[in-house]
Design a protein around this ligand. Structure first.
Ligand SMILES: [Zn+2]
Length: 227
């Protein structure tokens, strides 16, 4: 059974690892497909001011229609970096509409705007699975996310030894848990070992959990509505 890296920017294939690789609409795709490498595309909130949003959204949509891209994101809200909040929100909402239209999972970037993420999911009545990548917030916020149907992905931040995040890691309901490497050089195996230790289970047991969750997202045979 493979490790699942639910959010990475590295396109390199690794034996024994299923990757969800996030690309940007201005990237060169040219990527061969395979069940061990799923491509998602989105406009990162940091770069909203630097690109032609309409053209970028069209690019994502055409990749979805052609089957190259099987999920939307990363996209989201960032209080620290990027343009003003209302601009970030409108671009985020465009991604949500696409995720709903094509029935694709959505990978969400969030820095200190957790409440808004939950509020927008509710406001838009979004039904597709969302993965809050690089979760780094409180236990209460994790619970609220899960209650809103949002998956929690934990990454290299966990290796820094923050006690609050460890507690989150211990208590994420198994069916909502994912692990990731994002843009780090950390091996996904290392994150698995850390999380398995915190949750007092084996790495193999953890692999079963994330494999089931990954299948439930429907990345592999998703986008049934694309024409
Ligand atoms: Zn990322």
């Amino acid at each position: 059974m493979n490790f699942i890296d639910i959010h990475t920017h590295s396109k390199t294939r690794l034996t024994g690892v299923t990757k969800v690789v996030n690309i940007f609409p201005w990237d060169n795709v040219g990527i061969d497909e395979g069940n061990d490498r799923i491509i998602t595309a989105g406009i990162h909130p940091w770069f909203i001011d630097e690109v032609d949003i309409e053209a970028a959204l069209q690019q994502i949509e055409s990749w979805i229609k052609s089957g190259i891209v099987k999920g939307v994101g990363e996209t989201g809200l960032d209080r620290i970096k990027g343009p003003k909040e209302s601009d970030q929100e409108s671009v985020f909402e465009e991604h949500i509409k696409m995720s709903e239209k094509y029935r694709c999972p959505l990978t969400v970037h969030c820095v200190r705007r957790d409440n808004e993420i939950i509020g927008i999911r509710k406001k838009m009545n979004a039904k597709q699975p969302w993965i809050l990548h690089g979760f780094n917030s409180s236990l209460q916020m994790m619970e609220q996310m899960v209650n809103a149907g949002i998956h929690i992905s934990l990454g290299p931040q966990l290796l820094k030894g923050d006690d609050k995040l460890k507690e989150v890691c211990r208590l994420v309901p198994p069916e909502y848990l994912f692990l990731e490497t994002d843009d780090s050089n950390v091996a996904i195996e290392e994150i698995y070992r850390k999380v398995a230790g915190i949750r007092s289970i084996t790495v193999d047991e953890l692999k079963v959990i994330t494999d089931n969750n990954f299948r439930s997202l429907g990345f592999i045979d998703n986008c049934p509505d694309r024409q």
